[in-house]
Design a protein around this ligand. Structure first.
Ligand SMILES: C[C@H](CNC(=O)c1ccc(S(N)(=O)=O)cc1)Cn1ccc2ccccc21
Ligand SMILES: [Zn+2]
Length: 265
């Protein structure tokens, strides 16, 4: 598998070579979330608030894998997700980010064509399926909802004290392939908005190879604020070819016959 990335030579337009589903898939992610007109998100009054139970992580690894920075707690973590459009309980696997090299680009999902400077993805897998019992198995399972990813837009504003422990660590994983064990506890719950009631949800895929079409996406309307300095810290992380990662986002994919549901009017 030619190492995929986000440059001209190995970026999203080339991924179909090793990963045909990039062009043939009918439920690819990300998408542009349209809120008015024909193919717009449809309000669904049955959609309940998303419920997360994120006890502070005590042991975790923070890694620069060359295409993002990823926070992965040790296997014993008990963090869970349920509610919203989900019928099962999901286990937390990792979170990571996508960002751009200026404030007008960087998010993977868009709202009426608007990009945010970054997007946070909280990755979970269905822990109640009889067909798999680990994240790795879930990804390879072909189950349409094996995974659930919560997407949060980041916008520039006040410094985010809850994310500071993460953004302060970015300089320690500047080199691709580097990782550090996260010092102390991290409270992910504190990063998220109080209420997880207003979101878009649709069936999609991983946004990076293998682009598996196994993700129930939940993208929240309310962005999370971070400071300019915190955004700049992401832009100093290297991609393994001596260059900073300055745009690890995939462009929006066709909706095909999918519909997007909104939990709010
Ligand atoms: C996918 C996995 C590596 N990728 C991810 O875990 C992943 C998670 C979330 C997103 S996003 N941006 O959509 O939230 C993207 C990628 C490796 N891996 C594990 C099992 C497995 C089987 C075949 C190929 C690769 C495999
Ligand atoms: Zn992601």
């Amino acid at each position: 598998m030619a190492p995929w990335g986000y440059s001209k030579e190995n970026g999203p337009a080339t991924w179909h070579k090793d990963c045909p589903i990039a062009n043939t898939g009918v439920r690819q992610s990300p998408i542009d979330l349209i809120t008015t007109g024909q193919t717009c998100a449809k309000y669904d009054s049955n959609l309940k608030p998303v419920i997360v139970s994120y006890p502070a992580f005590s042991e975790a690894t923070f890694l620069n894998n060359g295409h993002s920075v990823q926070f992965q707690p040790s296997a014993g973590n008990l963090s869970e997700l349920s509610g919203g459009p989900l019928t099962k309980k999901y286990k937390f696997e990792q979170f990571h980010f996508h960002w751009g090299n200026n404030d007008s680009e960087g998010s993977e999902h868009r709202v009426n064509g608007k990009m945010y400077p970054a997007e946070l993805h909280l990755v979970h897998w269905n822990s109640e399926s009889p067909n798999f019992s680990s994240f790795q198995e879930a990804v390879g399972s072909n189950d349409p909802h094996a995974l659930c990813v919560l997407g949060f837009f980041l916008k520039v504003g006040a410094e985010n004290a809850s994310l500071k422990p993460i953004t302060d660590l970015l300089s320690k994983v500047k080199n691709a392939g580097s990782s550090v064990s996260f010092p102390g506890k991290f409270d992910l719950k504190a990063v998220l908005p109080e209420t997880l009631t207003d979101y878009y949800t649709y069936d999609g895929s991983l946004t990076t190879p293998p682009l598996a079409e196994c993700v129930k996406w939940i993208v929240f309307k309310e962005p999370i604020e971070v400071s300019t300095a915190q955004m700049e810290a992401f832009r100093a992380v290297d991609d393994g070819h001596g260059k900073p990662i300055t745009g690890n986002y995939r462009p929006p994919c066709p909706l095909h016959t999918r519909t997007v549901a909104a939990s709010f009017k």
